[in-house]
Design a protein around this ligand. Structure first.
Ligand SMILES: Cc1ncc(COP(=O)(O)O)c(C=O)c1O
Length: 551
């Protein structure tokens, strides 16, 4: 813990309101130390090192960004330990005295692939608008830079995506910007029960987690080559096959690596000579890139503008047609439909990563319906699944025996052979399989894909209707027939900064409604996956209206 965390200054508060702030031995420029009010440290009569170990060990690897924060050491003395009562909520100490006490976020300059600022935030626990975060530690009156305080509550997380290093200046971490957002507390009655609206990973139902902790716990830590886990894989395969309307001769194949791995597996194992890719966003483009390689002819790429889509076209010589059923980056949906006039034997590949389990379809209209389970299936990522037609399986067999070089991990033939034995080539995530099995059974027991489809449609319809009626919002996807029922993208007028709205929502526990980063639009993106009730989305729009009014 110390090695990684050794650099992190944080505060922790447990379920029982014991307020504990903690300094993780930051090395800080000496004069910085003098000028500071001392940070509140918990009720425990132990020194800082003991606090560090005792308090942070249970959450060790869950909380700390893998990259760590490179900061100097804070020479905390036990004398400086005191208790701070709960007061107004803040995420960071305002060392420069620039802002008054209030809920706000701290941004620090970080170096990553692209230099950017990352907000540090408490992911959970603010939803009810309680003063759950610790009080500011007072204004030191110092002009010096401030140490970084990270607050944790229960399962709070530090949101440092792709951060390699927090930049250092003369002393410690130097936050370059305190986002001085107005303190906006969304009233409880406007908040959804569950504030997770992200497009993946997405919300996992409490019942799934509870089942994992009981039934699932019996499987965790046991061999995937033995009957209990193989039965779990079979449960998933059978459940998915039922959900997808049991098309005759089709099989559920699975492997490790998520949909991204499947793209490469398909490039090695399934595309014969040339593909045609329908692209109108990030994920469609990624498959096209995987199919642009030395052993295949360059694919024909039909490039549509993000936010709309074009159509696949019959093309002589094309043996594989590929498209995303739901383009997660833009919220554009494409029907699952074969192209009339395609060469005999041409295969259709449907990237159903964010559609499967939330949009109904006719399986006979495709050959490879592939996905990963972190969207409508409310599980974690890291596995891929594909409903494969007999023609697709025959293609795999043929290419496997053709002498083409295929790495074992990307061999779909190996995946099919293993899937028929209810296992994977290498070790799968058992918890992921279990959460998936629970979600598939839940959907099937409620009425199957038709039920899920109606549910996601109702939730997304509400959002589109709200945006249409709103004075500041519009659906990004102009053509109603292209609008996704599982990923809703809403543009805001220039007068309403969507990023600020998202920040306030996040501070109130409504998370992951930011748009797809590379799209670069003034918009919110909301997942209406199968686990999300209409009522939750209705609360969300009320909350957004409240925030926009208050900003
Ligand atoms: C449509 C689509 N395809 C592919 C992927 C990649 O999935 P994975 O992260 O499992 O590789 C995603 C991820 O969001 C997606 O939305």
């Amino acid at each position: 813990m110390s090695a990684l965390a050794g650099n992190c200054l944080g505060q922790i508060r447990n379920r029982h309101d014991a307020v504990i702030a903690r300094v993780c031995q930051l090395r800080i420029h000496p004069q910085l130390v003098q000028a500071w009010n001392w940070v509140a440290i918990g009720r425990f009569g132990v020194g800082s090192n003991q606090l560090e170990d005792a308090l942070l060990d249970p959450i060790a690897h869950d909380v700390l960004p893998a990259a760590g924060l490179l900061v100097d050491e804070f020479p905390l003395e036990p004398d400086h330990i005191g208790q701070q009562s709960l007061g107004k909520a803040v995420l960071a100490h305002d060392g420069n005295g620039l802002v008054a006490t209030g809920r706000r976020q701290l941004e620090v300059t970080v170096t990553a692939d692209d230099q950017k600022s990352e907000a540090l935030h408490s992911r959970t626990g603010l939803r009810h608008g309680w003063t759950r975060l610790l009080e500011a530690f007072g204004d030191s009156g110092s002009k010096r830079n401030l140490p970084l305080l990270l607050e944790f509550e229960d399962c709070a997380q530090v949101h440092l995506n792709c951060v390699n290093e927090v930049c250092r200046h003369s002393a410690s971490i130097v936050p370059n910007k305190l986002v001085n957002m107005p303190e906006i507390t969304i009233p409880n009655e406007l908040l959804p029960e569950d504030g997770r609206f992200g497009c993946g990973p997405s919300r996992v139902r409490a019942a799934q987690v509870a089942a994992l902790a009981t039934e699932g716990a019996k499987l965790l830590g046991t061999s995937h080559r033995q009957a209990p886990v193989k039965n779990l894989v079979k449960r998933v395969q059978d459940g998915l096959f039922d959900l997808f309307h049991k098309p005759e001769g089709y099989e559920i194949v699975l492997g490790n690596g998520g949909s991204t791995a499947f793209w490469d597996a398909a490039a090695f194992s399934m595309v014969e000579r040339k593909a045609q890719n329908l692209v109108h966003g990030e994920f469609g483009a990624k498959f096209a890139t995987a199919l642009t390689n030395p052993w295949l002819d360059a694919p024909t790429v039909i490039n549509g503008t993000p936010g709309s889509r074009l159509e696949l076209k019959a093309e002589a010589g094309v043996d594989s047609y590929a498209y995303a059923q739901n383009e997660t980056s833009t919220g554009v949906v494409t029907p699952v439909k074969r192209v009339a006039g395609a060469d005999a034997g041409a295969l259709f590949f449907t990237d159903a990563t964010s559609a499967a389990g939330g949009i109904d379809f006719d399986p006979l209209q495709t050959d490879v319906y592939y996905f990963a389970p972190q969207k409508n299936f409310a599980s974690d990522g890291g596995l891929w699944f594909a409903l494969m037609s007999p023609a697709a399986i025959e293609r795999v067999e043929r290419i496997a025996s053709s002498g083409r070089y295929i790495p074992e991990f990307l061999s779909v033939k190996t995946a099919i052979d293993n899937s028929r034995l209810n296992q994977t080539l290498n070790t799968p995530a058992i918890a992921t399989l279990f959460l998936l099995a629970e979600q598939v059974d839940w959907i099937n027991s409620n009425g199957g894909l038709g039920w899920a489809d109606a549910r996601t449609r109702a939730a997304s319809d509400h959002l589109y209707e709200w945006a249409d009626a709103s004075e500041f919002a519009n659906p990004f996807v102009a053509e109603p027939a292209h609008r996704s029922q599982v990923v809703v993208t809403i543009d805001f007028d220039d007068s309403v900064p969507a990023a600020d709205v998202a920040k306030v929502l996040r501070a109130n526990g409504i998370v992951d409604v930011e748009p797809y980063r590379k799209l670069g639009r003034n918009q919110l993106r909301v997942a209406t996956f199968t686990a999300t009730d209409l009522a939750e989305v209705q609360q969300l729009t009320k909350a957004i209206d409240f925030v926009v009014e208050a900003l």
